[in-house]
Design a protein around this ligand. Structure first.
Ligand code: 5GP
Ligand code: MN
Length: 315
């Protein structure tokens, strides 16, 4: 499938790059690296996302679009490249305009679009982009290496999660050889949290319950408002809950607005995170998954706890 996608990229001339809502390091790293490769190949492209790219993930300038595309191609774009997208539900309001080509590593990707390269053995979509660029003979510049390294670092939790394979280290070594700076990337991703994150964490830690191997907590929209925070400011908190000794499943719910909530799940040894997320219509990876649902975080917390308990007991 990688070869087929390389062929499509060689043959076609106009592309749009789309990734999931609230892009993370892998989404931004893979999109930026591929956009830079399209520039090198002389292709017309545009990056299209439904929510803004977080500033702290812009380690290099973001090539937003090739300015020549409007002049050169009236049928723009021929191809829509969906990166780190497990299903059409995660791209928000965006409607792909071209032939849909998916590159993704989520376990819950069932295969969709016109061409789909989905491989859950890959640590990250960024690792897949690294392979694709090699297949295309694109030079891995320092900027491309930095973005791919960032994506791998992000999705392996800084070379911590079970997707940290021997191959990941081999690719990381090649990227460092090309100019990626491990300390710079780690500093931007791990030591760059705003104070507001700790304000929310403080509240969450006081509230969390640890029982039967599950740590569960939530934050309401009223609390976020009182702290002058957005729901996005609470991303990453689930990792703190999952770091407590003996916790098999971490559940963290946050209100998105007055009628919608998001749940983040992490499991240690079982697939309980994915199985619990899927029970509520979500998805992700075996040990890191999530879902969005109608309702309030506070009321949903015991319901998700009960479902999670079922899965860690049967796994
Ligand atoms: P988190 O919720 O912690 O941001 O995301 C953890 C993982 O779960 C990510 O890999 C993400 O792709 C997946 N995930 C989170 N929310 C959803 C969702 O609503 N639907 C699907 N399919 N996956 C999700
Ligand atoms: Mn990813």
């Amino acid at each position: 499938m990688k070869k087929k996608i390389a062929e499509i990229i060689r043959e076609k001339s106009s592309f749009e790059i789309i990734t999931h809502e609230w892009p993370d390091a892998d989404a931004v790293g893979s999109s930026t690296a591929l956009a830079m490769a399209l520039v090198a190949l002389g292709k017309d492209f545009q990056i299209v996302n439904s929510t803004p790219t977080p500033e702290h993930l812009l380690l290099t300038p973001l090539p937003e679009k090739n300015s020549k595309f409007e002049i050169r191609n009236s049928k723009f774009p021929e191809v829509s490249l969906l990166l780190d997208v497990s299903d059409m539900g995660v791209i928000g309001e965006i409607k792909p305009k071209g032939m849909v080509v998916v590159i993704d590593h989520h376990a819950t990707n069932q295969g969709f679009g016109d061409v789909c390269w989905a491989d859950s053995r890959m640590s990250s979509t960024s690792e897949m982009i690294y392979e694709l660029l090699n297949a295309l003979d694109v030079e891995i510049t320092e900027q491309i290496a930095t973005n791919i390294y960032m994506g791998i670092f992000g999705d392996t939790g800084g070379f911590v999660h079970p997707n940290t394979t021997k191959k990941v280290f081999e690719v990381a070594k090649e990227l460092v050889n090309k100019g990626a700076n491990p300390n710079y990337v780690a500093d931007k991703l791990k030591k760059n949290k705003p104070i507001i994150y700790y304000n929310i964490l403080c509240l969450v830690i006081q509230r969390m319950s640890v029982k039967d191997g599950i740590c569960a907590a939530y934050v309401t929209s009223e609390e976020l408002r009182d702290l002058n925070a957005t729901p996005e400011d609470a991303s990453g908190i689930v990792e703190e809950l999952a770091s407590i000794a003996g916790v098999e499943l971490a559940i963290f719910l946050r209100d998105i607005d007055s009628c919608k909530a998001h749940c983040s799940l992490r499991s240690r040894n079982t697939n309980a995170a994915r199985l619990t997320a899927q029970a509520f219509g979500g998805g992700g990876h075996d040990k890191a998954a999530g879902f969005s649902i109608q309702g309030r975080a506070k009321e949903l917390a015991p319901v998700v706890f009960k479902e999670g308990l079922r899965w860690i007991q049967t796994a």
